[in-house]
Design a protein. Structure first.
Length: 476
C-alpha cells in the first residue's frame, strides 16, 4: 500500500508504528527455551495479533496471526511511492473466506487502525486449481509448451523452458516451469498434505463438498505465480494495464486464461515423447533415425493441448477475456551496435591478451569457438545464427499479432544464405550441424539451384587453418 492521506492520519499512523516498534523490542527480550519465534500479543478491537521480534527487509515491524502477516514501515514522507504496508495472506484464510471477502476484511482493518486513505498495489498473486482424473508423469514435463527458454530438470539441461522436475526414478511429485516474475507449478497436492498435516485444510475447505471428489484418488494442483513486473506488462482489451488493483481483482479469470494459454501441456503420444527424449526414432525396418531439433519442433507444433486443458481455463464458471503482453520491440541491427561491439572486443582483448593485432584476433575467435563447442556442442557461428533466427521468429510473431511492422527483416533473412557461406570461408573453419541446415530450410525460400549447394557446402565445408588466417588477414 502507498499513501496520500491527511496530516492528521499520517501522524496517527506514525504513532501506531512507534507503539508496535516498542513492543517489537520487548518481544526480543522474551526468553524462549524451545527456539520458537518470539512475539508479544496485541489487540486491535476484536482482531488479535502477535508483534514479531523480527521484521522483513525494508519494513520496521511485523504483526501476524493465522490469517495474515502485515509489515509496517516508518516513513518521513506522507506522500510515498514505495509501500508503507505489506500484507501477505495465508492460504487457509483465502480458502475459508474467498479472496474477495478476505481482501475486504483486511482493507477495512487497515483503514480502521492504520491508514484511512491509501492506494493498494498488488506485488504478487498466486492462482491455483486442484484436479483429479489425470495422473501427471515425468513425460508431461517434456510435453509442456511455453514461451520460456533454457530449461533444467533435476538431472540435465534441455531445450525446454526454465523448469524443474520433482521426484525420483520411481516416484514423481510434480514440476515447475518459468521463473522469476512468471511461474507455473504442477505438483501432487495429496502427497504434500500427507507430508505436511497443516496443509490439510484444502481437503476440508476445498474438496470434500465437491460432488465429484474421490478421497481415494490423487489430487494434483496447478498453481500460477505472477509478480508485479509481469503484471505491469499485461494489457486488457480496453488498453488498461493489469498493474491496477481493481483491474487485477476483476480480471482474475483473464489472468488465469492467459497463464493456461502461455503454459500448456501438449497431447503428444508416449512413443513420440520417448523419441524426443532419446533424440532418435525407430523405423519400421528396425533401423534408427536421429531426430533433429527441427523435427522435434514439428512434433510439438502439430500437437493440440491435452483434451481437458481448455476446461481448466474456466475460472469459477467464468471464461477469461484475452490479455495482451506489452512487448518490447526487438532492436534492429544498426551499425551503432556493430561499432560498439567492435570497440568492446578490442577493449576486452587488450585487457586479456595485451594485444589487438590480427593474430590475436584469430586466437580469440579460435578459443571462443572451442569454448562454445565445449559448452553447447555447436560452433560460435552457428550459435550466433540461431540467435539471429530467434530474432526473425520474434519479429514474425509480433507482426502476426499486430504489435509492429518491420518488413525489412525479410530482406535480412533472405541474405542469411550468403552470410552462411562467408562465415565458412573467413575467420575460422566451421561445420554447420544438420539442425542448423534443417532450420534454415524450414524458414528460408531458396531458389531451386541453391538448395543442393547449401546441402553440400553448408553442412560439410572445411577450411584449414592457413586459409582461415589468410582470409582473416584480408579483413584486418
Amino acid at each position: 500500500m502507498t499513501t496520500t492521506l491527511s496530516d492528521e492520519s499520517f501522524t496517527k499512523y506514525l504513532k501506531s508504528v512507534d507503539t508496535l516498534i516498542a513492543l517489537k523490542k520487548d518481544s526480543q527480550k522474551v526468553k524462549n527455551e524451545y527456539g520458537d519465534t518470539k512475539s508479544i500479543n496485541v489487540e486491535f478491537g476484536s482482531h488479535k495479533f502477535n508483534v514479531m521480534d523480527k521484521s522483513v527487509t525494508g519494513f520496521s515491524v511485523v504483526i501476524a496471526n493465522n490469517d495474515v502477516s502485515i509489515a509496517l514501515r516508518k516513513t518521513k514522507n506522507k506522500i510515498n511511492p514505495s509501500p508503507v504496508i505489506k500484507v501477505e495472506f495465508r492460504a487457509e484464510f483465502l480458502a475459508r473466506k474467498g479472496y474477495v471477502k478476505a481482501i475486504a476484511i483486511v482493507n477495512s482493518f487497515i483503514a480502521d487502525f492504520f491508514l484511512d486513505d491509501s492506494k493498494v498495489k498488488i506485488s504478487e498473486i498466486h492462482l491455483a486449481t486442484d484436479i483429479q482424473g489425470y495422473h501427471f508423469t515425468h513425460l508431461d514435463f517434456f510435453r509442456m509448451k511455453t514461451r520460456s527458454r533454457n530449461s533444467q530438470t533435476h538431472q540435465e539441461e534441455t531445450d525446454y523452458s526454465r523448469a524443474s522436475a520433482y521426484g525420483s526414478a520411481t516416484t514423481f511429485s510434480g514440476f515447475s516451469f518459468g521463473g522469476g516474475d512468471y511461474h507455473m507449478r504442477i505438483y501432487n497436492k495429496t502427497l504434500e498434505i500427507n507430508k505436511f498435516k497443516n496443509k490439510g485444510f484444502a481437503q476440508t475447505l476445498l474438496w470434500e463438498h465437491k460432488p465429484n471428489y474421490n478421497p481415494n484418488a490423487t489430487v494434483w494442483r496447478l498453481e500460477i505465480q505472477i509478480r508485479r513486473n509481469k503484471l505491469k506488462k499485461l494489457v486488457n482489451s480496453d488498453g488498461s494495464t493489469m498493474d491496477d488493483y481493481n483491474n487485477i481483482l476483476n480480471g482474475i479469470p483473464d489472468l488465469w486464461n492467459k497463464a493456461l494459454t502461455d503454459f500448456r501441456i501438449l497431447d503428444v503420444s508416449d512413443s513420440d515423447t520417448f523419441d524426443m527424449l532419446r533424440g532418435k526414432r525407430t523405423l519400421k525396418n528396425g533401423s534408427e533415425r536421429l531426430l533433429s531439433k527441427n523435427a522435434i519442433r514439428h512434433i510439438l507444433k502439430k500437437a493440440d493441448s491435452l483434451p481437458f486443458w481448455s476446461d481448466l481455463k474456466i475460472w469459477n464458471t467464468y471464461c477469461g477475456k484475452d490479455i495482451s503482453t506489452a512487448f518490447n520491440i526487438p532492436k534492429s541491427g544498426s551499425f551503432d551496435y556493430v561499432s560498439n561491439s567492435i570497440k568492446s572486443l578490442y577493449s576486452t582483448m587488450a585487457k586479456h591478451y595485451g594485444s589487438v593485432d590480427s593474430a590475436t584476433v584469430i586466437q580469440a575467435f579460435k578459443e571462443a569457438n572451442e569454448q562454445n563447442f565445449h559448452k553447447k556442442q555447436i560452433s560460435l557461428i552457428e550459435d550466433s545464427f540461431n540467435k539471429q533466427l530467434d530474432w526473425f521468429e520474434r519479429i514474425e510473431y509480433l507482426q502476426d499479432n499486430g504489435v509492429c511492422n518491420l518488413p525489412m527483416y525479410k530482406a535480412l533473412e533472405a541474405n542469411i544464405y550468403t552470410t552462411v557461406e562467408i562465415a565458412n570461408s573467413s575467420i575460422h573453419a566451421n561445420r554447420f550441424s544438420s539442425d542448423m541446415t534443417d532450420r534454415l530450410f524450414s524458414r528460408l525460400a531458396f531458389p531451386a539451384n541453391q538448395d543442393k549447394h547449401l546441402t553440400s557446402e553448408a553442412s560439410s565445408l572445411f577450411i584449414n587453418t592457413n586459409t582461415a588466417l589468410h582470409e582473416a588477414d584480408k579483413l584486418f
